[in-house]
Design a protein around this ligand. Structure first.
Ligand code: XIL
Length: 374
């Protein structure tokens, strides 16, 4: 029989002799001591109707986010009418697998029904009414999953690219303190839950500055914010690794944690000048914007793999601050980037391809973990 010491020696020898062959085969294993690693999951995956997708989720990830299942329009479509059928299944899915479960999202200007901001005559409601609606929504939803959803995206996308507050109905009707109120309500509804401010393009210097100022303001007021979510809907050429590095450092300085909340890397030609991720953007179809309908050429696979490796090296460098990295989808077939901002494109932004097979980018991310620990 092998004793404990001998087993250790054997394991170490195997590792150093055949690093490639013995490298961990799952993302969650590779990053176990660094941060959680997850994916946004969709309705078929939640319902158990996508065996291929669910097998990948089981094998690879230790945290999940809902791509749409907890958005206001889905769970609270009409005044006083809540529908938790899919949301309940989502939470049960994560609990069954002992995963870290993320709630996305409470207060946003998209995928929220128009009635939220209007009275019966169609006029905008007043501050008091909207605060009450926000309060009731947050207490009902966060309260229902108290102690079961570990982290909430409380406010999503409150900032413009220049760092000023986005003119949403929330801001217009309640005023700038709608953000504080949302965090306070979420904290009251579940004092143990981690609370995140989530946004895209935070690597833009002006937007980053605005976000840092917002976090500092919240902290100065004693608002319980745990982390900033950098959505990270990235491109091959933007943002630079250096910009990601600087952005994580800037948030770390304010004393919050950072989560990479919606990572994907778009390899398709830019459909606009803007690098943002505004879901309301719609661009007309054009074959030039959809060049890889028959598969991604090896040279592009390689570029994508290198880009992923570079980003994960930055995340690893900040493993003391980065608590979670979540990919926005399981396979390329699931990605929202097949339909945004141009409907009907064939997109390749994730680590598993359209057939559910690991891509060179997957190997590169696994390899980055091994190299980061040397
Ligand atoms: C996306 C979903 O993935 C799509 O299925 C839906 O049609 C639109 O929203 N930023 C966010 C996410 O915070 O909620 C968005 O998710 C992607 C951009």
């Amino acid at each position: 029989m092998l004793n404990r010491r001998m087993v250790l020696v054997v394991a170490t020898a195997t590792l150093s002799l055949g690093a490639a062959a013995q490298a961990p085969v799952s993302l969650k294993e590779a990053y176990r001591n660094d941060f959680l690693i997850g994916a946004a999951i969709n309705a078929p995956q939640i319902r158990g109707q996508d065996n291929r997708g669910d097998a990948i989720i089981d094998a690879q990830f230790d945290t999940i986010s809902p791509d749409n299942a907890l958005k206001w329009e889905r769970i609270h479509p009409q005044p006083g009418v809540y529908n938790f059928t899919l949301a309940d299944k989502y939470v049960a899915f994560g609990e069954k697998r002992h995963m870290f479960i993320v709630g996305h999202c409470l207060v946003w200007n998209n995928q929220v029904p128009a009635w939220v901001f209007r009275d019966r005559k169609g006029n905008l409601v007043d501050r008091k009414t909207l605060l009450k609606r926000m309060h009731d929504h947050i207490f009902t939803v966060v309260g229902r999953y108290k102690g079961r959803i570990q982290s909430w995206d409380v406010v999503n996308e409150a900032l413009n690219d220049d760092g000023t507050l986005r003119q949403t109905p929330w801001l217009k009707i309640i005023g700038p303190d709608y953000i504080e109120k949302a965090f306070e309500f979420a904290h009251q509804a579940d004092p143990q839950a981690q609370l995140t401010y989530n946004d895209y393009s935070l690597e833009l210097p002006a937007k980053r500055k605005g976000a840092v100022a917002l976090v500092e303001k919240l902290k100065a007021e004693g608002i319980p914010i745990t982390s900033v979510g950098m959505q990270s809907h990235d491109h091959l050429d933007w943002p630079s690794d250096a910009a990601v590095d600087a952005t994580i450092s800037a948030f770390a300085k304010t004393g919050v944690k950072v989560v990479i909340s919606e990572l994907d890397i778009d390899v398709l030609p830019h459909a606009t000048q803007n690098q943002g991720a505004d879901v309301s953007l719609k661009i007309a179809q054009n074959p030039k914007l959809n060049p890889y309908v028959n598969g991604l050429p090896p040279a592009m696979q390689k570029q994508l793999a290198e880009r992923y490796a570079g980003l994960f090296q930055v995340f690893l460098k900040h493993r003391d601050v980065v608590t979670r990295v979540t990919l926005w989808g399981v396979t390329d077939a699931d990605s929202w980037l097949n339909d945004w901002p141009v409907v009907g494109r064939t997109s390749y932004p994730l680590l598993f391809d359209h057939a559910g097979q690991p891509k060179p980018a997957f190997q590169a991310v696994i390899q980055a973990a091994a190299e980061g620990k040397q």
